[in-house]
Design a protein around this ligand. Structure first.
Ligand SMILES: [Zn+2]
Length: 332
């Protein structure tokens, strides 16, 4: 597989010197979704965090519905036909129904009621695995009760710039009878496309991060969002098919990646684990992870008219530089 890219040159006159300025824009096409992305020269579009996140945590904690003492009273229970106990727990993680439903089965899972403040450096594999396990149990329970809801995804808006309305860190599950746009696009791809993409990235090694056993990680060639990473899990095509080993392995990789984001100065991210219907022939469970602008007053959103309305990425963090920064963790 050839990874397609085209270089565009922008020319303009320097207001000070009168010299011609030339800027190169590297336009790349994503081999899976077909969307294109513009890799810009480093412009400081994503400044490292300089904000007192702990202070914002203290400010938002009083009255937080996901904190201890309130979570039981203030969060909706799942329907008894799906989960008779109303909530799913694993370790300290707690999953409940999403008050703001996005699908026929929408869930929220906190890493722990006690973890109102959870900077990315503190995301351990255990904390991540427990939360993922509640989402896996939720997807299994919905599909057992209602087989037509065969499209499951595990997602996260982490910190306010990513779209989260509550500070308290959590994941979100969607299990539905219809897929989202990207779930549908990925599930319709011929399985060989994933193999060819991975082969191409392994050969070039510029963006390949590593293999943690059954899961392959890489920096996206044509990212739709900053520092976007992808993972492909062999042996499962839906979150509902994840076994304990794969949950632990995904959590391990996520902890490595999020630790890398923290080191790069980022504290907000989006996650999507795109399930296809269980048993979809040849589909490896796809994961996408990207960081978002840091929370701060007068911050610049990284999501512009290009991403939202053109479905066109525009980032000034070269995927190869992201892979160099995060790759060590996967190889070490
Ligand atoms: Zn809280």
């Amino acid at each position: 597989m050839e990874l397609r890219r085209e270089l565009l040159i922008a020319e303009m006159i320097d207001p000070g010197t009168g010299e011609t300025i030339r800027t190169t824009i590297d336009v790349r096409t994503d081999p899976l979704t077909g969307h294109s992305s513009r890799i810009l020269p480093e412009r400081g579009l994503m400044p490292a965090i300089d904000f007192d996140l702990a202070a914002l945590a203290r400010q938002t904690e009083p009255g937080c519905p996901f904190c201890p003492d309130r979570i039981e009273r203030l969060t909706p229970r799942l329907m008894p036909a799906i989960v008779p106990e109303g909530r799913i727990t694993r370790g300290e993680a707690v999953l409940f129904a999403n008050l703001h439903a996005y699908s026929s089965h929408s869930s929220v899972s906190v890493y722990s009621p006690g973890l109102h403040y959870l900077p990315l450096d503190d995301m351990t594999p255990e904390i991540l695995a427990d939360n993922l396990a509640t989402q896996v149990a939720f997807a299994k329970a919905v599909m057992a009760a209602e087989p037509r809801s065969c499209w499951a995804s595990i997602n996260a808006n982490h910190m306010l710039p990513s779209g989260s309305s509550l500070f308290h860190p959590h994941m979100q599950g969607i299990v539905d009878s219809i897929p989202t746009t990207v779930q549908r696009m990925l599930a319709e791809l011929p399985p060989q496309r994933f193999c060819d993409y991975l082969d191409a990235e392994r050969r070039s090694s510029e963006r390949y991060l590593g293999n943690t056993g059954r899961v392959e990680w890489l920096a996206s060639f044509a990212p739709i969002a900053p520092a976007e990473l992808r993972a492909f899990a062999a042996g499962a095509c839906s979150p509902a098919e994840l076994d304990e080993d794969l949950i632990a392995e995904l959590a391990h990789g996520l902890a490595l990646a999020l630790g890398g984001y923290a080191q790069m100065g980022f504290q907000s991210f989006n996650l999507a684990i795109y399930g296809a219907p269980p048993g979809t022939e040849g589909y490896p469970l796809n994961l996408r992870l990207a960081c978002r602008s840091n929370p701060r007053p007068l911050y610049r959103s990284d999501s512009t008219f290009l991403e939202r309305l053109h479905w066109e990425g525009a980032v000034d963090l070269a995927p190869e530089a992201v892979a160099r920064q995060i790759g060590e963790r996967f190889r070490g």
